[in-house]
Design a protein around this ligand. Sequence first.
Ligand code: ATP
Length: 386
Amino acid sequence: MSSGIPSVELRNVSKSFGELLAVDELDLDLASGEFFTLLGPSGCGKTTTLRMIAGFEQPSEGEILIEGTDVAGLPPHKRPTNTVFQSYALFPHLSVEDNVAFGLKRKRVPKEEIRKRVAAELERVGLAAEARRRPAQLSGGMQQRVALARALVNLPKVLLLDEPLGALDLKLRKGLQVELKRIQREVGITFVYVTHDQEEALTMSDRIAVMNGGRVEQVAGPEEVYERPATTFVAGFIGVSNLMPAAVTGTGEVRLDQGPVLTATTDGLSPGARCHAVVRPEKLRVDAVGSEARANGLPQVGGVVESSVYLGTATQLVVDLGEAVRMTVLVPNSSEAERRELPGAGVRVTLSWEPEHMHVVRESPGAEPTPDNEAERGEQHARAST
Ligand code: ATP
């Protein structure tokens, strides 16, 4: 990443469709060569943001600069960007190499240069042997690689990718995630990537903007958004929503509604403010009440195991703390004997954690994740873990 002018800059950008405010005062700076992801649930405004950078939509308010130049009014083909869509949008009657060469031919690039550049891109995406085939003779994953080569061959300054792996099955998607990241490092251009899949975002991105209701709730690296989410929405959207309601009782101190008063970082929150304490599922320890194993001296709360599900690499327990607060615990299945000792449904347990693994988040200004998308994420997690 260079430290010069931002590759893409959004200044106070809003977009309305009639009464609907799809994007609300976005301010973003993307560094050159950065893999930047717009992540959020369906309808949060990520595609609209991407389409404004591409020039398919114009902002209602604000400015977009690419490499320091205001691109207002410039049509997509005059911008130093290329877009890769979920639907590969290949020409079915053209061979793979002619699909990739299409843009360069239109720009009247000399024939020999086209041949070299197309061959190099097909090599990069692993399709050199398929150059003469038609799109219909390729798998979905291969077709998406052709679409990628077709975009990269134009040497864009910024590549825009709108859920490019969305139509592929999970295994293929995981393989292509790694490959896309490799290609991005190799070509060194800025990628702006749209997805609703948190795992995909965490795997590939240098930074992630988590969007909700047209607004960005946090921009940070994968580890930061996962370990230190800024809001309840981010905590719930990235990973499992493990939130314990609490109130700030003083500087650096919170009282969980479930009982204990704990020290915590409460930056930006005044005494009396409502907040939530997050502890990620893999950071929780679970012990049956009365069992010999005790988590002495650690912060802890009591609850009852509601369910225990075997997920292959881990066992997932859901513990009911009362008053509709549920915490998910992930215990790695590293030892068969330990797994058999885990408390089952109906058992009273203590949940404990190291103090540094609890993080206080403020209430989200936007909507909470819906039970539906939480359920969907649970399924994604289960699929990913088995
Ligand atoms: P998805 O993943 O479902 O595409 P998204 O986060 O990309 O979701 P957008 O496609 O940006 O969301 O849409 C944001 C909001 O703007 C939605 O409520 C959508 O219905 C609305 N919207 C998008 N494009 C248009 C349009 N051309 N006309 C009217 N409303 C639109």
